[in-house]
Design a protein around this ligand. Structure first.
Ligand code: SF4
Length: 220
């Protein structure tokens, strides 16, 4: 887990002043669903109070769990390609926060990753988001992130949600998971590469370069 400084925040549940570093320490020490995890809890996230872009994915896979670095796998390589970012730019925690829907590796069944633990996002996303007031855009990557953050606003299918990306601007941007396993999905939905990725790069570039909140009408 990485953070850039220790500015003061006020946690909603206690009313006491807590520094950003103290909040991250609480996250790091979490054992709420330890009994359901295949390994001792290892929350993996990157956050700082100055971040402007928030990336919400699913949950760490085995390789990410072992290295402690989020998106340190082929999915991360494709995500960086989508965003047009180097690893150095992607892991600049002062500007980009990475907080998955489930912070710990949930394990696998028959070779597929299990869903994020349902306890996690309701517990940690609200205080972490409140402690990052500079966030101007949240990338919601995959069905679990979209289910938690969009709720009933999401479409009937993931494709419906992603295709309707303009409906969630300027705060959120839904994306499919950049897993190599989803190659067929990308082939079946050519509009994603042709239409959505250029808009994504433009929106992310605007948020990180200028710090303003952008205007979706400029992207349509
Ligand atoms: S998955 Fe989330 S709720 Fe469960 S132990 Fe890890 S940080 Fe805590």
């Amino acid at each position: 887990m990485r953070s850039s400084n220790s500015s003061s925040i006020t946690p909603a549940d206690s009313g006491a002043t807590e520094t950003f570093a103290e909040l991250l320490a609480r996250v790091q020490a979490c054992t709420v669903c330890a009994a359901q995890l295949p390994h001792p809890p290892r929350p993996i996230l990157r956050a700082s109070p100055t971040a402007r872009l928030l990336i919400v994915g699913q949950a760490p896979g085995r390789r990410v769990h072992e290295t402690g670095i989020p998106w340190n796998d082929p999915s991360g390589d494709l995500l960086r390609q989508w965003l047009g970012m180097t690893r150095e730019q992607f892991y600049d925690v002062s500007r980009i926060a990475i907080v998955p829907t489930g912070l710990c590796y949930p394990g696998t069944v028959k070779g597929s990753d299990l869903p994020p633990r349902p306890e996690c996002a309701p517990l940690w996303h609200p205080p972490l988001r409140a402690a990052m007031p500079g966030i101007r855009l949240t990338l919601l990557i995959g069905a679990y992130a979209q289910a938690y953050h969009l709720g009933k606003r999401r479409g009937r299918t993931l494709a419906d949600t992603v295709h309707a990306w303009r409906d969630f601007a300027p705060d959120s941007f839904p994306l499919p998971h950049p897993s190599p396993r989803n190659r067929q999905w990308f082939k079946r939905h050519p509009w994603f590469e042709q239409e959505v990725l250029p808009a994504l790069r433009e929106r992310v570039g605007a948020v990180l370069a200028t710090g303003d909140n952008g205007n979706v009408n400029n992207q349509a």
